[in-house]
Design a binder for this molecule. Structure first.
Ligand code: FDA
Length: 389
C-alpha cells in the first residue's frame, strides 16, 4: 500500500479533499491528466473565479435527491471557504446576487489550494494517465500506485477542449454505481427558424424573468446568432428538457406600464412606448410581432391586456442547447442514491468516494458549483482522515 488515498482529478473538489485528508495525516496522491491543476478555476468568473455565493443553500441545487446536498453544505459552508480565502490574504468582493469573486486573479485560488495540499504533504502528479483501475484485497490500484481509498473527482464532460471528460461515469459504472444520465447545463439555447427575428438582434441584452417549468430567474437574457444566452437563460437551461418551453417576461408589470403610457403618451404607437422600456431593436421586433397599429389612446383595455400578455410571456421552444462545448456544468452524474451524504463514500463499496461535479448535484450559476466542489470535497477529505485514524 503506497498511499492512504488516491484522488482522481486535480480540480477544486479533488484538491480540497486531498488537502483536508493530508493535513489530518493521510498520505494522499492526486492524479490528473492535465498539464496544470485547477484549469476550470483559472478560467472561471472571467479569470477572477466566482468562488462561492453568500446565499448558497440546498434549494440552489438540482439533483434527483434534493436533500442530498444538505449535509455537506451545512458542514462546510460558504463562510468556511471564505475564511480560508481570507487566511490566505486573498482580497475579494461581492459583485451581485451574493456572488463572491477574487479582486485579483483566479490563480490565487489555485495557489491557495496547492498551498493547502503542500501543508498536508499531498503529492500531485500531473499529465498522468488513469488507465485501468484495479480493485483487489481492499486496495485500489491505478497508474502504478495503490491505496485503500479512491476518490472520483474528475468532474463532468463540459468544455471538452479543456480536457474535461466523462471518465467519472465510466469509473462509477465499472464499480457498479448507477449514473443519472448526464446532460449539459448552464448552457445557451439554440432556436429554430421561427425565431429568426430574434436571431437578427444578436448582441441585444435585456433584463427578464425567465421561466422553465416551475423555475424562474430574474436576470439578463442575451439574444445570440444561434438563439438565447445570458445568465437568466443559463439558469433555466438546467431545468429544461427537450420539448419544454422557455418563457420570458421582457417587461414585468407590462399592463400597468402600458396603461400609464396610454395616459402619458396617447398619440404614440406601441413601438415608441416599448422603446421607453426595452432596447430599441427588441422594441421593434416585439412591436412587429404584437402588431398593434393604432395609437395608444385607441387601444382598449382588452387590447392592452393582450399586448401585456405577449410581453410577459414571450415563449420559445428551443430546438436544443449548444451542448457540452458551451455548457458551464454537467447536470446528472453519479447517483446520490449510491453515496453517503455525510461522507460521499459509496454505500456498496467502502473506500470509494465521488465528489464535485461528477456527482448528480448541480448548482445555479453564481458560485454555487464551486461551493458544492468545496463542501463535497471536505466531506470526503474528513472521512478519509477519520477512516485512516
Ligand atoms: P473539475 O472539472 O474542476 O476538475 C476535474 C479534474 O479532473 C480536472 O483537473 C481534469 O483535468 C481532471 N480529469 C478529467 N478527466 C480526466 C481523465 N480522463 N484523466 C485524468 N484526469 C481527468 N462555477 C462556479 O461556482 N463559479 C464560477 O465562476 C464558474 N465559472 C465557470 C466557467 C467556465 C467556463 C466553466 C466551464 C465552469 C465554471 N464553473 C463555475 C463550474 C466549475 O468550474 C465546476 O463546477 C467545478 O470546477 C467542478 O469542480 P470539480 O473539481 O468537480 O471538477
Amino acid at each position: 500500500m503506497d498511499y492512504d488515498a488516491i484522488v482522481l482529478g486535480a480540480g477544486g473538489a479533488g484538491l480540497l479533499a486531498a488537502a483536508m485528508a493530508g493535513q489530518a495525516g493521510a498520505r494522499v496522491l492526486v492524479l490528473d491528466h492535465a498539464d496544470r491543476p485547477g484549469k476550470k478555476i483559472l478560467i472561471s468568473g472571467g479569470g477572477r473565479c466566482n468562488f462561492t455565493n453568500t446565499g448558497a443553500e440546498p434549494g440552489c441545487y438540482l439533483s434527483e435527491n434534493i436533500h442530498f446536498a444538505k449535509s455537506a453544505l451545512s458542514r462546510y459552508t460558504q463562510w468556511d471557504f471564505l475564511a480560508l480565502v481570507e487566511r490566505h490574504g486573498i482580497a475579494w468582493h461581492e459583485k451581485t446576487l451574493g456572488q463572491l469573486f477574487c479582486d485579483g486573479s483566479a490563480r490565487q485560488i489555485v495557489a491557495m489550494l496547492l498551498d493547502e495540499c503542500e501543508r498536508g504533504g499531498v503529492e500531485v502528479r500531473l499529465q498522468a494517465r488513469i488507465g485501468e483501475i484495479g480493485h483487489a484485497d481492499g486496495l485500489f490500484r491505478v497508474a502504478g500506485a495503490s491505496a485503500p481509498q479512491l476518490v472520483i473527482a474528475t468532474g463532468g464532460p463540459s468544455i471538452p477542449k479543456m480536457g474535461a471528460t466523462g471518465i467519472a461515469f465510466d469509473i462509477a459504472r465499472r464499480f457498479g454505481l448507477s449514473v443519472v444520465p448526464p446532460r449539459p447545463a448552464l448552457v445557451p439555447f439554440v432556436l429554430g427558424p421561427e425565431a429568426q427575428p430574434f436571431r437578427e438582434i444578436a448582441g441585444v441584452a435585456v433584463p427578464v424573468i425567465a421561466r422553465c417549468g416551475t423555475a424562474a430567474f430574474a436576470e439578463a437574457a442575451l439574444f445570440t446568432h444561434r438563439g438565447l444566452s445570458g445568465p437568466a437563460i443559463l439558469q433555466v437551461s438546467s431545468y429544461w428538457h427537450p420539448g419544454a418551453a422557455v418563457v420570458l417576461s421582457v417587461l414585468p408589470g407590462a399592463a400597468e406600464k402600458l396603461r400609464a403610457a396610454r395616459r402619458a403618451m396617447p398619440r404614440s404607437h406601441l413601438r415608441a412606448v416599448l422603446a421607453e422600456h426595452l432596447p430599441n431593436r427588441l422594441a421593434e421586433v416585439m412591436a412587429q410581432r404584437i402588431g398593434a397599429a393604432r395609437e395608444m389612446a385607441n387601444l382598449p383595455d382588452t387590447e392592452i391586456d393582450r399586448i401585456a400578455g405577449a410581453l410577459e410571456a414571450l415563449t420559445f421552444h428551443p430546438t436544443g442547447t449548444e451542448g457540452y462545448a458551451k455548457a458551464e456544468v454537467t447536470a446528472g452524474g453519479i447517483s446520490t442514491a449510491e453515496l453517503s451524504s455525510r461522507t460521499m463514500e459509496a454505500k456498496r463499496l467502502p473506500g470509494l468516494y465521488a465528489i464535485g461535479e461528477a456527482v448528480d448535484v448541480t448548482g445555479w450559476l453564481g458560485g454555487y458549483n464551486f461551493q458544492w466542489a468545496w463542501s463535497s470535497g471536505v466531506a470526503a477529505g474528513r472521512a478519509i482522515a477519520a477512516r485512516r485514524g
